[in-house]
Design a protein. Sequence first.
Length: 132
Amino acid sequence: GQTVPREPDGIETIRQYLQAKGHAVVNMNRVLRIGNTLVSVEFFLKDQNLIIKYWNPDAIESLSAKGSSAQRAYEKYVQNWAQVAAKHEQNGGRICDVQASDAQTIVAALDSYPELNTNPEETSEPVMYAKD
């Protein structure tokens, strides 16, 4: 049977982005899908103690049409995330919040976080500053 390829969603976009930037150790946690739509997910970059938290505004907006059980699932998820986020920040971790529904916007949001653009291989060299 022909399987219809799923639209690449935020997970694929973020994963490809991180691979391209040389982030090897990435754990994906707490994927929230309602129906077939990705609503939220987080990526944990262990070496940087950094969480990329992805939200899909289009999916969140359409929740009201999906009925109360979907909304309850989402609300519970948001509360759970608030606890995770608070604990992560207490432990000195950072959070990159990405709210976007299409790949271009996701990449633009990721690009706005300089800590994601550090390529570990390149930054391990001592930087020599010219003194005038």
